[in-house]
Design a protein around this ligand. Structure first.
Ligand code: PLP
Length: 435
């Protein structure tokens, strides 16, 4: 495999872009080597600057749920582009996209579009603080909610990949208003609320954590962790923010809420990724009385030059148009088939592993024991992952370059694509085993 052109691009990039990338995990810092610079993608396949083709299991970290350059999505964007790139004024696509989300997820009565998941969680926090007139926010270790100052402590995703405790540049005052608890620890949540319930504006959680690998919220006595959080927060006059940026419209047609949203509701929800079909979109929504606190009707300021951009809403709407029941069955089949192939190859090679799922979403941990917390996730064999990752890449399969990320399939991951992955897996599993 030649990598000369990617190497040349990476060298040029490092001269003008910090670490050569515009988002940290892309730099391959934790796995080493040169990231392929991608020049095109179609369906489940990527092509890099050197002309090497890869089966993609990253899917731009979630948005490309229908596969790359999906004809319906590309045509919708092309058509929208012909009508104007940005108006900075209301346009019909915003209304249709909000209607689509409101129709799929019952607790969303109103939705506002932003440009990223980060903006969505940042804005939801502001609404929650305004609504409760309280400052403290509770988050869980290993959950990632974007690079919002208040939410970077013990975050998953790139913060986990690079083993960072949080981020420099976050003020002590901001950090003081964020309480980080172990994921799934009901006793810790109860103790915190017993002591400081009156200060807490909101609990924010990933609907199913997927940024420390996938850690589904478990049931105890028939009550799921999300419902427990909603009940505990509400009893203290606090809100629950359910972050569905990653799980939304991927874990199921109605997001993770479609899987465990029974008998409870979050107050605010955040979205991103799939709802933009590959263009920059995020959204936050929820109870009408809370969302109506936003300016201009209410006192909470929030705005965006490009928010509700016509290209982004066209891509999102075309993606939703492709996400019918059949699409979720296809995703589910691809996800399951891949999980089985991985389990077989790892078992045959003697690689300790556990595969965890949240609907059609899954990840592979390089350890034997189930992962329930960030501490568990960190106690995996990341060196084995690195060997596996490079063997897969060499064999033409592009995995997330971190042991802490979910693997993303699309409706374009058909049998032919799965066979290509299957052909590489046994040797890659053996490489992982050679410690
Ligand atoms: N929330 C979750 C659960 C995410 O997975 C992410 C991104 O991976 C974000 C928020 C931040 O979204 P963005 O990268 O679009 O800012």
């Amino acid at each position: 495999m030649t990598t000369a052109l990617s190497e040349e691009l990476f060298a040029r990039a490092r001269r003008v872009i910090p670490s050569g990338v515009n988002s940290p995990v892309r730099a391959f810092g934790s796995v080493g080597g040169t990231p392929p610079f991608l020049t095109s993608a179609k369906g489940a396949l990527l092509t890099d600057a050197d002309g090497t083709e890869y089966v993609d299991l990253v899917g731009s970290w979630g948005p490309m749920i229908l596969g790359h350059a999906h004809e319906g999505v590309v045509e919708a964007v092309r058509e929208a582009a012909g009508r104007g790139l940005s108006f900075g004024a209301p346009q019909p696509g915003e209304v249709s996209l909000a209607e689509e989300v409101v129709a799929r997820i019952a607790p969303v009565e109103r939705l506002r579009l932003v440009n990223s998941g980060t903006e969505a969680t940042m804005s939801a926090l502001r609404v929650a603080r305004a609504a409760t007139d309280r400052d403290v926010v509770v988050k869980f270790a290993g959950c990632y909610h974007g690079h919002v100052d208040a939410l970077l402590a013990e975050a998953g995703s790139g913060v986990a990949t690079f083993a960072m405790p949080g981020s420099a540049g976050v003020t002590a005052a901001t950090a003081r208003d964020t309480v980080v608890l172990p994921y799934g620890d009901r006793a810790a949540v109860q103790a915190l609320f017993a002591g400081r319930g009156g200060e807490i504006a909101a609990v924010i959680t990933e609907a199913a954590p997927a940024n420390m690998g996938v850690v589904p919220p478990l049931d105890e006595d028939g009550i799921g962790f999300n419902r427990f959080l909603a009940e505990t927060a509400h009893a203290a006059g606090a809100l629950l923010i359910s972050d569905e940026v990653l799980t939304g419209f991927r874990a199921s047609r109605e997001g993770y809420f479609g899987i465990d949203g029974d008998g409870w509701a979050p107050d605010l929800l955040t979205f991103g990724k799939v709802i933009g079909g590959g263009l920059p979109v995020g959204a936050f929504g929820g109870r009408a009385d809370l969302m109506d606190l936003l300016a201009p009707a209410g006192p909470v300021y929030q705005a965006g030059t490009l928010s509700g951009n016509p290209l982004a809403t066209a891509a999102g709407l075309a993606t939703f148009a492709g996400l019918d029941e059949e699409a979720y069955r296809t995703l589910g089949r691809a996800s399951l088939a891949l999980q089985q192939m991985v389990a077989e190859a790892f078992t045959a090679a003697g690689v300790p592993h556990v595969i965890q799922t949240a609907g059609t979403l899954f990840s592979v941990f390089f350890r034997d024991e189930p992962v329930r917390t960030y501490e568990d996730a960190k106690a995996q064999d990341t060196a084995a992952f690195t060997r596996f990752f490079h063997a897969m890449l060499e064999g033409g399969v592009y995995l997330p370059p971190s042991a802490f990320e979910a693997w993303f399939v699309s409706t374009a991951h058909d049998e032919r694509i799965l066979d290509r992955i299957g052909a590489v897996l046994p040797a890659a599993a053996q490489a992982a085993a050679r410690g």
